[in-house]
Design a protein around this ligand. Structure first.
Ligand code: LRH
Ligand code: MN
Length: 388
């Protein structure tokens, strides 16, 4: 058993990266409900992300999405982040919103389109050189909608060619993080549809190519913690995009739809040493707050990850190992359920107070007046969004 103090040491060192796009307007194909006070530029997104770190203490970096977060001076954006107490994190490429990518980006039958997509990926590496980011995260919407539309194998050849060109462009400790997704926007084939495809491409690329597990990107009923345990064993788990869903890629707050699944996933991470301060896993949120206020939504999400992590750390691993060795099925399951059913909120409140933070981040943010201030200040201009 990690024990309370050992668990607190791990929780104190926890780092959860926020998605800049969670602070902008977002929605579905049916409607994007704009919200007052939403950022108009990446500097205001960074300022909002810093509020989440201010009240939780465990969200010290914000992931960028290019071109949504394109600026003339990335060093200035980095300084603004540092002045606000956070850092610029993972760089996400975007080859899914240009008309030229209708039949694919790096997998497109047209070499000129593939070239254009590759140039964007190279440009994202240039941004990493300016922001000092370690990770380039690649998610491809590439796929087909009808059988016969394109050659499944040829598209994999094109994908592999682009990935290795990008991998060659990386320098220092920079990593390529490949994210898979079962479907959407393509509805017949998706060129990186599952962990196996992402894993196979990363194996071919090399040590600094790792897989991103987005918790909303699996078929219903998929045992995600098995995938996590397997990729950890292979040292090929590079990142999480945390969110939750009831049906498809709903991008709801992590832990909201299935807190038990999040606990089971984090237990496999803890068991593999993936919560250690020097862990090579990037824990990121990838969510859209379509109807709820965005900064409180991020604060609540960070707290959900903290709670699931604390429960995972409180699993009595000795008792579990003994019950597993003895074939005591109910005993073993009981050990895990005891941890999951433990109320860890007092432990986390204590941890925050010991760190000089308010034990209740949601209430502290509400009292801060920041929400009212940004509504009053952010008048005019164009609110940030997906621009889809
Ligand atoms: C794709 C995805 C990917 C991002 C996007 C914002 O569904 O999960 O991680 O680029 O959402
Ligand atoms: Mn994602």
């Amino acid at each position: 058993m990690a024990g309370r103090e050992a668990a607190k040491n791990v929780l104190r060192a926890q780092r959860i990266e926020l998605p800049s796009w969670a602070f902008g307007n977002s929605g579905t194909r049916f409607k994007v409900f704009a919200q007052q006070g939403v950022p108009r530029d990446p500097f205001e997104k960074v300022a909002d992300a810093a509020q989440v770190h201010r009240f939780t203490g465990v969200a010290p970096s914000v992931a960028l999405h290019i071109p949504w977060d394109q600026v003339a001076d990335y060093a200035a954006l980095g300084r603004a982040a540092a002045d606000a107490g956070i850092a610029l994190g993972t760089v996400n490429a975007n080859v899914f919103q240009d008309d030229d990518y209708k039949l694919g980006s790096v997998t497109n039958p047209d070499p000129a389109v593939r070239r254009k997509a590759l140039d964007h990926l190279f440009a994202c590496v240039d941004v990493m050189d300016l922001t000092g980011s370690r990770d380039l995260k690649l998610w491809f919407s590439d796929g087909t909608n009808y059988p016969g539309q394109d050659d499944i194998r040829a598209r994999q050849d094109r994908l592999a060619e682009a990935l290795s060109a990008v991998y060659e462009r990386l320098s220092g400790d920079q990593r390529l993080i490949l994210e898979y997704k079962l479907f959407e926007p393509a509805f017949y084939t998706t060129d990186v549809p599952d962990w196996g495809t992402a894993y196979a491409h990363c194996l071919r690329l090399g040590e600094r190519a790792r897989v991103c597990v987005d918790t909303g990107h699996h078929a219903p009923g998929t045992n995600i913690e098995f995938i996590v345990a397997f990729l950890l064993r292979e040292q090929k788990l590079g990142a999480f995009d945390f969110n939750s869903r009831f049906y498809a890629d709903d991008d709801l707050m992590v832990g909201a739809a299935d807190p038990f699944q999040l606990f089971r996933i984090l237990f496999e991470v803890a068991r593999a040493g993936g919560l250690a301060a020097d862990s090579q896993i990037a824990f990121m949120l990838d969510q859209c707050h379509n109807i709820e206020p965005k900064i409180p939504g991020q604060i609540r999400s960070v707290m959900n990850v903290q709670e699931a992590t604390a429960k995972a750390l409180l699993v009595d691993t000795e008792a579990l190992a003994a019950a597993q060795a003895a074939g005591d099925v109910l005993g073993a399951n009981g050990v895990l359920m005891d941890a999951f059913n433990t109320d860890v909120r007092p432990l986390l409140a204590e941890l925050r107070e010991e760190g000089g933070l308010d034990p209740d981040p949601m209430a502290a943010y509400a009292r801060s007046g920041y929400a009212e201030r940004i509504v009053a200040e952010r008048v005019g201009g164009t609110q940030a969004g997906w621009g889809a």
